[in-house]
Every structure is written in structure tokens, then in C-alpha cells.
Design a protein around this ligand. Structure first.
Ligand SMILES: C=C1C[C@]23C[C@@]1(O)CC[C@H]2[C@@]12CC[C@H](O)[C@@](C)(C(=O)O1)[C@H]2[C@@H]3C(=O)O
Ligand SMILES: O=C(O)CCC(=O)C(=O)O
Ligand SMILES: [Fe+2]
Length: 327
């Protein structure tokens, strides 16, 4: 990354919106042990209360994680001219500071890739990304099937089949938040350096793994931001907008952001499990109790994705698809 003059850095700063944006009570991030059958109940509760949880005993081989991390470190430390051979992102490819095409910026560089085996990846990434994505997708599908079991949904692959489908529109991204020498602790005045601005993920489920550098924050119900302690051995799972819709709002698509650390590099890798483009996204009839109304207008994933990719990060993307329900 190039160095920045002082006025330039201002575009990456976010001021606390309220006098106090810290939670009054800091809740524990739900912890799910995938090797324990009773995890189903906790899983559903975590999706309802937070839309976010941490997973241990996930079954993803450490070898796949380490190989991917090593390759990503190599790629991001290569000369800018090499990285730019894979950019600009359209939306796939190498991106630097610009996120999406609607003016969002962050103190981040990234590779956004299709999560399909035959995809066009930078040299050496092919096999490594395939092994990693295949394994993480298996874990995501197991979680989705446990959720379906606990919700008494039939068949139990009602969610997971969308990720397993040949046409599944899933993506994978590696984010690198480099240290920012221009961002001095003493000059912060409570301001934060935005790595990846606040947003929800549009897909069904996101599976995140990072190195041991902090930065990820989730928004709590009271509007405060909670910092998620990093844990390179575990995975963090987000409910995406599409799962919120399929559960008619029972599960919450969590708002999150990344604050760049300033002194330590953060590296994260995220698998976004999405449905085929033609898939209709609507509340599952078996989840609708009694006269319960659908909170959303029906849409295909293609329609939602198109609308999402025309929005800014912090926009309320689902708002456009909410129904006005008479009270
Ligand atoms: C500003 C944008 C970047 C994004 C597309 C969008 O227009 C709004 C949603 C953004 C997001 C957030 C989650 C994922 O990182 C992502 C790949 C996605 O599916 O939606 C990004 C998009 C992106 O980086 O292109
Ligand atoms: O890099 C991270 O830790 C999270 C980034 C993120 O939320 C995203 O890419 O959608
Ligand atoms: Fe995200």
C-alpha cells in the first residue's frame, strides 16, 4: 500500500456516532462446539439473538488453513504491479482501498474470487483455495443442516442444498488490512480507522477465519459496537440477508465492520455461501406460524444481488424488499 498524506487519511476515519458507542453489558459471543450434538439448540439461539457465533471443533484441516494463509501473505507482500495484474475488481479480482463500485473505501486490499473449482485464480491459489473452500463449505452445510433439524424443517438440506448446488453463486475473499503508519494513536480523538465499513452480508451464510489481529466488530441490538476477540483456531459465522428472509426475520443478518489496527496486519478469509442466481428467496412456508405474514416481497437471488451490488456498504439493502405489513 502507498503512504498517505494527512488529509488523505481522513477518508478512512469514522467518528463515534454517539457519546458512548460501547455496549453497557458486553455479551459473550456464542460459542458452538460442532462435535457436540446439543449444539443445535445453541446454534438456533445464536442465529436469533446475534446472527453471529464462533465455531470450534469445526473439522477444517489446519494444513488447508495454513497453506492458504501462507499463500495470501506471499501474494499481498508481492509488488503492487504484480497484484494489480489481478485488478481492478469487476467485482472479482484484486482491489485496493475501493470496495465495490459505489464509492466505498477502506484501509484494506483484497482478492475477491468465485468459489468455483474451475475459477481463474492467481498462480498457486487454485489447489489451495479449492481445498480450503471445499472444507469450509462442508462445515457451513453441516451448520445449516443442524439449524434445519432444530427448526424441524424437512428436508434437512433445505438451506444446505443451495450451497451444494452446481450453480451456487458463492464467493470467497481474502482481506488484508496493513498497518497504517500515518494513523497515530495520539491523534485519534476517539476516531477509528475504517478497514471495511459497516454492512450486512447479502448471501445465506458467511464463514470467516482471521489471523490473531483484532478488528472485527459486530453491531448489537442497542446499536453499540462490540469488538470480537480474534481467534485464529476458530471460525466465525454470520447469518446473511438471504437466511434472514428465508426464516422470515427469525434469524438476524448481523451488521458488522472491520476497524484497521494501525500497527498490526490483519488477514481474513471469508467464504460467502450463496444460492443459484435463479433461486427464489422467500420465507419457508413451514416456518410461518398460523396467520403469520411474510415480511418480505419475493425475489430471486439474481434480483437481490443486482440491487445489493448497486448499493453502498452501509445501505439497508433488505429495506427495498420489506413488505409494509398492516398492524
Ligand atoms: C459496496 C459493495 C461491496 C459489496 C457490493 C456492494 O455494492 C454492497 C455489498 C458488498 C458485499 C459485502 C459482503 C461481501 O464482502 C461482498 C463480496 C458481497 O457480496 O457484498 C461485498 C461486495 C463487494 O465487495 O463487491
Ligand atoms: O475482513 C473481515 O474480517 C471481514 C470483512 C467482511 O465483513 C466482508 O468482507 O464482508
Ligand atoms: Fe461482511
Amino acid at each position: 500500500m502507498v503512504t498517505l498524506s494527512k488529509p488523505m487519511i481522513e477518508q478512512f476515519l469514522v467518528k463515534p456516532s454517539k457519546p458512548n458507542t460501547s455496549p453497557l453489558v458486553i455479551p459473550d459471543i456464542p460459542l458452538i462446539d460442532l462435535s457436540k450434538p446439543e449444539s443445535k439448540h445453541h446454534l438456533v439461539k445464536a442465529c436469533q439473538d446475534f446472527g453471529f457465533f464462533k465455531v470450534v471443533n469445526h473439522g477444517v484441516p489446519t494444513k488447508f488453513i495454513n497453506e492458504l494463509e501462507a499463500e495470501a501473505v506471499k501474494f499481498f507482500s508481492s509488488p503492487l504491479a504484480n497484484k494489480e495484474k489481478f485488478g481492478p475488481p469487476n467485482p472479482f479480482g484484486y482491489g485496493n482501498k475501493n470496495i465495490g463500485k459505489n464509492g466505498d473505501v477502506g484501509w484494506v486490499e483484497y482478492l475477491l474470487l468465485k468459489a468455483k473449482p474451475e475459477s481463474d485464480y492467481p498462480e498457486n491459489f487454485q489447489g489451495i483455495v479449492n481445498d480450503y473452500v471445499t472444507s469450509v463449505k462442508t462445515m457451513a452445510c453441516e451448520i445449516l443442516e443442524l439449524l434445519a433439524d432444530e427448526l424441524k424443517l424437512q428436508p434437512r438440506n433445505v438451506f444446505s442444498k443451495l450451497l451444494k448446488d452446481e450453480q451456487s453463486d458463492s464467493v470467497f475473499r481474502v482481506n488484508h488490512y496493513p498497518p497504517c503508519p500515518e494513523f497515530h494513536e495520539t491523534e485519534k480523538n476517539g476516531q477509528k480507522l475504517v478497514g471495511f465499513g459497516e454492512h450486512t452480508d447479502p448471501q445465506i451464510i458467511s464463514v470467516l477465519r482471521s489471523n490473531n489481529t483484532s478488528g472485527l466488530e459486530i453491531s448489537l441490538r442497542d446499536g453499540s459496537w462490540m469488538s470480537v476477540p480474534p481467534d485464529s483456531e476458530s471460525f466465525f459465522i454470520n447469518v446473511g440477508d438471504s437466511l434472514q428472509v428465508m426464516t422470515n426475520g427469525r434469524f438476524k443478518s448481523v451488521k458488522h465492520r472491520v476497524v484497521a489496527n494501525g500497527t498490526k496486519s490483519r488477514l481474513s478469509m471469508i467464504y460467502f455461501g450463496g444460492p443459484p442466481l435463479s433461486e427464489k428467496i422467500a420465507p419457508l412456508p413451514s416456518l410461518m406460524q398460523g396467520e403469520e405474514d411474510s415480511l418480505y416481497k419475493e425475489f430471486t437471488w439474481f434480483e437481490y444481488k443486482k440491487s445489493a451490488f448497486n448499493s453502498r456498504l452501509s445501505d439497508n439493502r433488505l429495506g427495498l424488499f420489506e413488505k409494509i405489513v398492516a398492524s
